[in-house]
Design a protein around this ligand. Structure first.
Ligand code: NAD
Ligand code: MN
Length: 475
């Protein structure tokens, strides 16, 4: 018998989509001086809304408003009072979670199952977590009287738009800083609703400012008279920002790309490992900086493992992101789809064997089928470069030493995974992996209390937990 799923679409009207959105400066939505941009729904390529962008004057005005709000109000407010605002914002995010999830899925293309079950609840959790810190900062182990840094300039990417906004706003505000936030040009909508929520929570004007726009607005924000820059995005832009800030005395944290290894030992619980590997690379269409994009599987089980992997990937449903049964949604932009197509072609040219899921793709919109490359060598581009799409590169190893050497053979250092039945082997491996986060017998686990971040080309600084507070405090 052939089991199929009936469509189970979420109602797009829940997003309360407006025809136009505007920058949020000093507590108000205002007309920006920049050229408006159109944000699309990547599942249809239809325009969702027109969004006003910031010009240089708007950036200056937002930074001045944030400075005044910091000096006169927010930076002086007792932590217990700041906490009340943050708790209120977190509660409203939770209350409006369905609306935010649908809006995120429309603007980004990610499956509603993920925006509903991961992005929005994790964003709320980060805000709640940091609300709880606001009156306890002197117990964070960062000195007896930590002070805010001042004004934060934050630039975020399109892969987790609301979550990345919460990762910046939560710790910045909890520590007494004010913020000027620049969302990505393809996904500005949920950050603007977050601004509306901040206003609804009665947050004093100027504490949070949101400036939509492209890279030029991001460059203006990081180049403005801010005290700290927090950037998440590509290594290429991160390098430019670091160069620009060198010698200015401004503080900087960078959360950049990755090329994580997921190491599967022969003694691992195979079915769980298959599921973890699938989740590690196909979650969010592979648009994940910590995606497990390199599978390192022990040679003795490689054949069996790949058979099970193919069978599991065949069951992934690619399609309408608003459908509650969809596992893999739309690629966020035409530019990103082109990058994925090009890198996959490089895999063919360099001699890797491409396997593609036979799942049907929608007739319109930006989609790429789940893809697995076998016979991958360490020198190939698909083993070295971040594809940021639903493409897994498979390598094999014989000994634990070889697994570690191959896993560390990357310019990045953000995350890694280890699958084994033996705790001692998981620890032995984790201690030798040069990655900021190592997951054992799981993958892509996030908790606001647990610091996340990388080193080498993956950046520096941590987000979440006590370590994450340090970036937002003058200690
Ligand atoms: P990007 O770095 O160009 O964009 C990220 C953010 O930076 C956006 O808000 C963008 O407007 C802004 N920006 C662009 N140029 C800037 C500049 N000169 N100064 C300040 N801000 C600037 O990333 P992208 O082009 O959207 O994606 C390219 C690649 O980056 C992807 O293929 C992927 O490998 C990687 N990436 C990583 C992450 C991550 O979470 N670590 C997120 C998105 C993209
Ligand atoms: Mn969009």
């Amino acid at each position: 018998m052939d089991w199929t799923y009936s469509p189970a679409p979420e109602n797009a009207a829940i997003a309360n989509l407006e025809p136009t959105y505007r920058p949020f400066i000093d507590g108000e939505f205002v007309d920006g001086g920049g050229e408006p941009l159109k944000t699309i729904n990547p599942a249809t390529e239809e325009v969702l809304a027109e969004v006003g962008t910031a010009a240089q004057e708007d950036v200056d005005r937002a930074v001045a408003a944030a400075r005044r709000a910091h000096d006169e109000v927010w930076g002086r407010m007792p932590g217990a009072e700041r906490a009340k605002y943050l708790f209120r914002i977190a509660r409203i995010v939770a209350e409006r979670s369905r609306e935010l999830a649908v809006l995120e899925t429309l603007d980004n293309g990610k499956p509603i199952r993920e925006s509903r079950d991961v992005d929005v609840p994790t964003a709320a959790a980060h805000l709640f977590h940091h609300a709880g810190w606001a009156d306890k900062l002197e117990y964070a182990g960062l000195g007896p009287a930590p002070k805010p840094v001042g004004v934060v300039g934050a630039v975020i990417p399109w892969n987790f738009p609301l979550l990345m906004a919460a990762w910046k706003v939560g710790p910045a505000l909890a520590c007494g800083n004010t913020i000027v936030l620049k969302p990505a040009e393809t996904t500005p909508l949920t950050a603007l609703v977050l601004a509306e929520i901040a206003a609804e929570a009665g947050l004093p004007p100027g504490v949070v400012n949101v400036l939509p726009g492209a890279g030029d607005v991001g460059a203006a924000v990081v180049g403005a008279a801010v005290d700290k820059v927090a950037f998440t995005g590509s290594t290429e832009v991160g390098v430019q920002i670091q160069r620009r800030l060198a010698g200015t005395g401004r503080r900087l944290t960078l959360e950049l790309g990755g090329k994580a290894a997921n190491i599967v030992y022969a003694d691992a619980a195979i079915d769980q490992a298959v599921d973890g590997v699938v989740d590690g690379i196909f979650f969010n269409q592979g648009h994940v900086c910590c995606a497990g994009s390199r599978l390192l599987v022990q040679e003795s089980i490689a054949e069996e493992f790949l058979e099970l992997l193919h069978a599991r990937v065949e069951t992934l449903r690619v399609g309408d992101p608003l459908d509650k049964n969809t596992d893999v949604g739309a690629i966020n932009s035409r530019a990103q789809l082109d990058r994925i197509v090009d890198l996959a072609a490089a895999g063919d040219e360099e001699g890797a064997r491409r396997w593609t899921s036979s799942c049907p793709l929608p007739e319109r919109g930006l989609f790429f089928p789940p893809t697995v490359f076998e016979g991958v060598e360490q020198t190939m581009r698909i083993a070295r470069e971040e594809i940021f799409g639903p493409v897994l590169s498979v390598l094999t190893f014989r000994t634990p030493e070889e697994a570690v050497a191959k896993a560390n053979n990357t310019p990045y250092g953000l995350s890694a995974g280890v699958w084994t039945e033996k705790g001692s082997k998981a620890l032995w491996t984790a201690q030798r992996l040069r990655a900021g986060v190592v997951w054992a017998n799981t993958f892509n686990r996030f908790d606001p209390a647990s610091p996340f971040g990388g080193y080498r080309q993956s950046g520096f600084g941590r987000e979440g937990g006590r370590a994450g507070l340090e970036a937002y405090l003058a200690v």
